[in-house]
Structures are given as structure tokens and as C-alpha cells.
Write a protein that binds this ligand. Structure first.
Ligand code: NOJ
Length: 766
């Protein structure tokens, strides 16, 4: 197609105008910041590097004190954990009206899966495999948070995680670096806008319904040994760059404004003092231009890591290139002396201060420090109808039907259903951990949703969430759901059996309390609590069909459940509209479409377990003793990455390749037909994997390279087409160079990583 010359010229001139004006605005920003910095004392510059918390969310050993006084002295660059426009305005007024240089504050917050309106926990959201939906939820959270006066969110959390004992798996997108990277990009777009709107925002400042994002926890936090939070990480660079680094890099490529370093060490050096990570990788290799903050007291914690005393760890962090010290205040305490004694170059402080000021400039805070604070907009945005609708959509799409024998689901509304379990009437747990400013009292419980849906329902609590007193004591005391029922465990059980006997089907809603996942919430065993499992076993003895609805923040071990229960629906903690979404799925008003993004192990002994593993020299073979395997458990997980059922079924045809050779500059088309072979409309996530059969280093047995969601009516068939280029097949070799290697590849397509069709092609590099 030929475009008229005039159109081309107009387009070129528009691009040039944007580039020139972006350059001009950058020059303007530079000049403004240089002038401002010329007036700043060293202490004031260190003040910009000081990030303090005011609020109840204390997630470490130190509580920020005397913050007001420090703000007034110009010794604070940003504050987090403060909510409401009134409180934020008050602090901003202090910074702007009472300090010498009137530099406004950044206002950060842990907006992790929604702000006031809560969406499913991130692990659940990732099971939707719906990037547009994920972007929309981040965008809604940005609109809600910014209307409150916040301008910076500590999200996305993109740590690849393969150990479900680690409580923070609930905050991330599971075990796969490709999916994790796509989700990282979608979330940055949602919070900050896409790349082109970010460019525009550099000139016109960040839009009022957007915020600055902060990708975390850089890097490798998800690989904490034994799934124990804050534990040591030790990893080869090949694994690091192929499997753990891609999501952080994806966020950087999407323009993320800031990065948070992690608590763990990398190559023996804590991330927060790691010059190689911060300077060589982030700033030089990845060309990251934003600012870098630490995690909560991570600088101080380097004393426990054993790399120095207070002054030394401050020196190490500043010299590594960290710009802001979260809560620990060691930059402020030692910065002046460190510069005067020559241990920290003045230029290092100037560069850090400049990067923080650049973020404030980008936000437009120097023009109007109150621009995000608007009571009217706050009222309008907070839990608005569209966000509640989105919350329900996200909840439905995140749920995963793990098992469904004999069409036990969907439920027949004409039949009597007994709802049993401590989560049936629960609201508190529905929001999950990191539920930011969400109010659990506004969440819809399953029972509330049921009451508007069906008359044919019975209820029994059945058991407490747990009867383990030591555990109850250790868990968040504000979780009232954990206080034990007045009735004895036996009385609760008897009641449940009586109710189950009156029903046609039993739905047991069980799981973990929300405080069992999230930060510092790891488990060494990840099954249902003993008392809940006992209830389930007693219900099974009634002989009624049983549906298990799970609420939890991590993959669980479900060996008995999977062998004995008819249907299992994983609902995670799915947010404000959990109840409505669960009830819609249970009664078939919505068809489940979620697919797992983390393998569910058979038992904890299999952990770490992930689909994209290496073949080893002695791959699994049941009949041969000297193979890589267990004597008491299979190698395969109970439910694989990508697994998830629907109320309908899908039939896959055979893979068709456009060629069996792929060369540089070419595209290989991989297509397959998918037919809805059941009786209701459904959505299938078609997954594409590859395997590099021979490489200079060993390669995973499968790697996700693409996916598409396809909606199909009964008997409808669609052809799903993927395009592969050599770039998609690149990997980091042992010199940590991103390369293509010629050779044979397998390509797989299917509805789960363990149920695929396959074909072969050759990559030629000549
Ligand atoms: C500690 C957590 O690791 C991090 O994710 C969070 O953003 C900060 N605390 C601030 O609350």
C-alpha cells in the first residue's frame, strides 16, 4: 500500500516535533534540577535519598520516627504507607511550605493487587493468562491510588518462584520467566501508561490517573533457599539470566520508573550493596534510567549479612548506586561523614539526588505538588462501579478448575447443596495478603452471594480454620476468623455431617488463612490443616458428591483430595468480588478458564518442581533403577503448569508448520486447530512451547514461547496461529551472551504443559 507523500511528510514532521519537544522538555528538566541542586546542601541532598514510612504497615525491625520534624528540615525525599488525601496533603504542605527549598515529597504505597478495590492475588491473576485484563486491573489500581494522592506504587513484584513453601509466591506470576515478563510489561503499562504515552508524559508530566511503578525485588528474591523468606540465594549466571532476570528486564524495557532491590545476596554480595547488579546490569547493560530504592531496612540488614558496620553498609549501598534508603536512615546518618572522608564521592550523592528529583519533575510535582490530591476525584474513583465489575471479571478468570469428575460441577440449582467450611461466610480472608487499602468488610462472601442466588442451600461451619493454638498465636492477631468457635470441634463436625446428609451435593470451602502467605509467611508443609482434612474425610464418608473450593495463596499438596474428591476449584484469594465470582462458577453462570502458572506438587519433597526443568543425564524412567527419580513419589507434579479444566472440552488437531526450516530474517508459522467438543461455550488458553534439542549448554525440556486465548462455541473450530522468529529462540550461553544456536528444535502446542502435540523444525543460522 502506497501512502500519499503529504501523509508521509506530516507523519515524519509529527515524529520530529515529538522528539524535539521531548528533548526540549528534558533540557528544561535538566536545567531546573541543576539550578535546584546548586542551592542544595549535602544534607538536603541526602534527605532526598531518605524514604520513610508513616502508617501501620510495619514490615521490618525499625519504625520511622520523628518524620514530621525531618520533613520540615528537608531531610525526607518520600513517604510511604500514608493514606487519604487529607493526610497526604498535610505532609505535602509541610514539605512545600515549611522547608527551605520547598521540594515536594513522593508518596509511595504497596498497591499490589488493587488499591481500595481488591483484585485476585497476583498468582491468581497470572492464571488468567489475560494480559489485557491484568493491564486493566493495574490501570484501575493506579487511578484509585492516584486519586488518593499517591504517586508511586511498589509494584509489580516479578520474582520468578518455584518453591511454594515461600509465602511470597502469592505476589508474583509463578514459575515461568516468559509469562512473568509479559505480565511485568502489562502491569507497568497499566500503572504508567504504554511507552508512547510515557513519552508524552515526560513533556506533560504523568497523567492524573497514572503513577510511577517500582519493579521488585531485584533480583532473584524468589529463589530463597528452602522457600524460607529472606534466606540465601546462590545461583549460576546461566540460570539467573535465562530464568530469573527476564521479568525485571521486561519491566525496565517497558519503562518502569523505579526498581527496588531485594533482601537476598547475589554471588555472595547483598543485592543492596551489589554494584555489579545495580550499576553493571541495571544501569549499563539494561540502560535503566530511573531511580533505585532499597527494600525495608535492607541497608541496615547488611550488618547481619556480615558485610560491615552501619557506616560501611551505607557506604557500600551508596557506592553501589542505590538512590533511596527505605526506613533505615543510614544514608542520612553517615552520608556527610562518608563524603567528607572521601569514602563516598560527592558525584555519587549528586547522581542519586538528581534521579529522585527527576522522578518528582516527571510527576509534575514542582509545578503543582498537590496535583494528584483531589477529594472529588477520590470519591469518584474509589470502588467505582466499573472497578467492582472488573474485580468480578478478574476473579472469575483467575480461578482454576483442577478436577471435575462426573460433571459434579456446575451445580444444579434445583438440587439441595450443603455449603460447609469455615470460609463459607468469611470475608476477611478473601482479600489475601498485601491487600493494601482494601476493606474486607466490603468484600462479598460466598454465603452473601449465595443468598441472592439460590433457596436450596444449607450451611454448616464444619470446623475452625485451624485448631493449632501455636499457629494461631503466630499468625496475624487481627485475623478474627482464626478465633475458635464456641462449639467443640466434634460438635462442628457432627453438625456438618448432619447437614451433608440432607443435601444432594456437598461444597466444602477450605484453605489457608490469608496470613499464611505473603511476606514472612512461609510453610514447611503445604497441605490443608489436619482438622480441615479430617472434615473432608468425614464428608466423603457420607457418599455424597463433593466439591472442594479452595482459598489459598500458594500451590498446595492435595494428594488425598485429588484421589477422593469429585471436583476441585482453586479460587486463590480472589478479592472484593470473590463470593459473586465463586457462586457464578459453581452454578455455571461462568465457565472456568484459568490455567495454573505454578506446578502443584504431589508432596513437599518434590519441591522445587517446575515444568521447564532440565533433562539430566539419566532422565526419568519408571523401570530403570539408576534414573533421576524418587522411590516414593513420581517426578511429575499433581497438577502441571498450564493445567486447568473447563465445563466444556477442547480437542486439538495436529501442528502445521509453514516450513521445517527457520533462518534469520524469517518467521515460522505454527498453527493448530482447536475444537470445542463439549456442550457449552468456553475459553481455552492455547500454549506454545519449544525445546532446543542440542545446545552448547543444556536446555530445558520445554519453554513457553507464546499463548493465545480462544473463545469457542460448542462444536466450533478455530485455527490458532503462532509466529516464531529466531529471536524467540535466543538464550544466554555460558559467556552470558544472548545467542541463537543452529540445530533441531521441538515445538509443542496444547492446553497444558503436560498435554501437548509436537513437531520438529531446524534452526539454520547460515
Ligand atoms: C517489604 C517488602 O519486601 C516490599 O515488597 C514492600 O514493598 C516494602 N516492605 C514496603 O512495604
Amino acid at each position: 500500500m502506497k501512502l500519499p507523500i503529504v501523509t508521509v511528510l506530516v507523519a515524519i514532521s509529527a515524529i520530529l516535533t515529538t522528539l524535539i519537544s521531548a528533548q526540549a522538555s528534558e533540557q528544561e528538566a535538566d536545567k531546573f534540577i541543576t539550578d535546584l541542586m546548586n542551592k542544595m546542601t549535602l544534607e538536603e541532598k541526602l534527605g532526598q535519598m531518605n524514604l520513610l514510612s508513616i502508617g501501620s504497615d510495619v514490615t521490618g525491625p525499625i519504625v520511622s520516627e520523628g518524620v514530621d520534624e525531618k520533613i520540615r528540615k528537608g531531610l525526607v525525599g518520600g513517604v510511604f504507607n500514608t493514606l487519604t488525601p487529607q493526610a497526604i496533603r498535610k505532609l505535602q504542605e509541610m514539605a512545600v511550605n515549611e522547608t527551605r527549598l520547598k521540594i515536594p515529597l513522593l508518596f509511595g504505597y504497596d498497591v499490589i493487587h488493587g488499591h481500595r478495590t481488591i483484585f485476585p492475588i497476583n498468582l491468581g491473576m497470572s492464571c488468567s493468562w489475560d494480559l489485557d485484563l491484568i493491564e486493566r486491573t493495574a490501570s484501575a489500581a493506579a487511578a484509585e491510588a492516584s486519586a488518593e494522592g499517591l504517586n508511586w506504587v511498589f509494584s509489580p513484584m516479578v520474582d520468578t518462584a518455584r518453591d511454594p513453601r515461600w509465602g511470597r509466591v502469592m505476589e508474583g506470576s509463578g514459575e515461568d520467566p516468559y509469562l512473568g515478563s509479559e505480565i511485568a510489561k502489562a502491569m507497568v503499562r497499566g500503572y504508567q501508561g504504554d511507552k508512547s504515552s510515557q513519552e508524552k508524559q515526560r513533556k506533560d508530566h504523568v497523567a492524573l490517573d497514572k503513577v510511577l511503578a517500582c519493579v521488585k525485588h531485584c533480583a532473584l528474591y524468589g529463589a530463597a533457599e528452602a522457600g524460607r523468606d529472606y534466606n540465601t540465594v546462590d545461583m549460576s549466571q546461566v540460570r539467573m539470566f535465562n530464568e530469573y532476570m527476564p521479568p525485571y528486564k521486561a519491566a525496565v524495557d517497558a519503562g518502569v520508573a523505579s526498581v527496588m532491590t531485594s533482601f537476598n545476596e547475589i554471588n555472595g554480595v547483598p543485592a543492596t550493596a551489589n554494584k555489579w547488579l545495580v550499576d553493571d546490569v541495571l544501569r549499563k547493560k539494561w540502560e535503566f534510567k530511573g531511580f533505585i530504592c532499597t527494600d525495608y531496612t535492607a541497608v541496615n540488614e547488611m550488618i547481619n549479612h556480615g558485610v560491615g558496620d552501619e557506616a560501611k553498609v551505607a557506604e557500600l549501598a551508596i557506592n553501589a548506586g542505590i538512590d533511596q534508603d527505605m526506613v533505615g536512615e543510614l544514608f542520612l546518618k553517615y552520608g556527610v561523614d562518608l563524603v567528607k572522608s572521601g569514602r563516598v564521592p560527592q558525584a555519587q550523592i549528586d547522581a542519586a539526588c538528581r534521579r529522585v528529583l527527576e522522578a518528582k519533575y516527571r510527576l509534575g510535582l514542582f509545578e503543582n505538588p498537590y496535583r494528584f490530591i483531589d477529594d472529588e476525584r477520590w470519591k469518584e474513583q474509589t470502588m467505582s462501579a466499573d472497578k467492582l465489575t472488573l474485580s468480578k471479571e478478574a476473579a472469575i478468570k483467575s480461578m482454576v478448575l483442577l478436577k471435575n469428575d462426573n460433571h459434579t460441577l456446575p451445580l444444579n440449582p434445583k438440587k439441595k447443596v450443603a455449603f460447609v467450611g469455615p470460609f463459607v461466610k468469611d470475608q476477611r480472608n478473601l482479600l489475601g495478603s498485601w491487600c493494601a487499602a482494601g476493606e474486607w468488610q466490603k468484600a462479598t462472601s460466598v454465603w452473601q452471594a449465595l443468598e441472592t442466588k439460590s433457596q436450596n442451600i444449607l450451611y454448616a461451619k464444619g470446623c475452625n480454620i485451624t485448631d493449632d493454638d501455636a499457629l494461631i498465636k503466630r499468625l496475624n492477631p487481627d485475623n478474627a476468623m482464626l478465633s475458635k468457635d464456641e462449639k467443640s470441634p466434634q460438635a462442628l463436625l457432627d453438625e456438618a455431617i448432619q447437614v451433608a446428609n440432607q443435601a444432594d451435593t456437598v461444597v466444602a470451602i477450605l484453605g489457608e488463612p490469608f496470613g499464611m502467605s505473603g511476606e514472612a509467611s512461609c510453610r514447611s508443609e503445604i497441605g490443608l490443616f489436619e482438622n480441615q482434612l479430617n472434615l473432608l474425610k468425614a464428608l466423603k464418608k457420607t457418599g455424597k458428591p463433593i466439591v472442594l473450593v479452595l482459598m489459598n495463596g500458594r500451590p498446595l499438596t492435595l494428594k488425598w483430595e485429588s484421589a477422593n474428591i469429585d471436583s476441585i476449584l482453586e479460587t486463590w484469594f480472589s478479592g472484593t468480588k470473590s463470593g459473586d465470582a465463586i457462586v457464578d462458577i459453581l452454578f455455571g453462570d461462568a465457565n472456568p478458564s484459568g490455567k495454573l502458572t505454578m506446578s502443584f506438587p504431589v508432596n513437599t519433597g518434590q519441591i522445587p518442581i517446575y515444568y521447564n526443568a532440565k533433562n539430566t543425564g539419566r532422565p526419568y524412567n519408571e523401570k530403570d533403577k539408576y534414573r533421576s527419580k524418587y522411590l516414593d513419589a513420581p517426578n511429575a507434579p499433581l497438577y502441571a503448569f498450564g493445567h486447568g479444566l473447563s465445563y466444556t472440552t477442547f480437542e486439538y488437531g495436529y501442528i502445521k508448520l509453514s516450513s521445517n526450516i527457520l533462518k534469520p530474517g524469517e518467521t515460522l508459522t505454527v498453527s493448530i486447530t482447536v475444537r470445542n467438543s463439549g456442550s457449552v461455550p468456553g475459553v481455552e488458553t492455547v500454549q506454545l512451547y519449544t525445546r532446543d534439542l542440542v545446545g552448547s549448554i543444556t536446555r530445558p525440556v520445554k519453554e513457553l514461547k507464546g499463548f493465545q486465548k480462544v473463545a469457542l462455541n460448542p462444536d466450533e473450530t478455530k485455527t490458532v496461529t503462532f509466529k516464531l522468529t529466531p529471536a524467540d529462540l535466543k538464550f544466554y550461553n555460558s559467556d552470558i551472551k544472548l545467542v541463537n544456536e543452529a540445530g533441531e528444535y521441538q515445538v509443542f502446542v496444547g492446553g497444558s504443559s503436560d498435554k501437548v502435540k509436537d513437531a520438529k523444525f531446524t534452526l539454520r543460522m547460515d
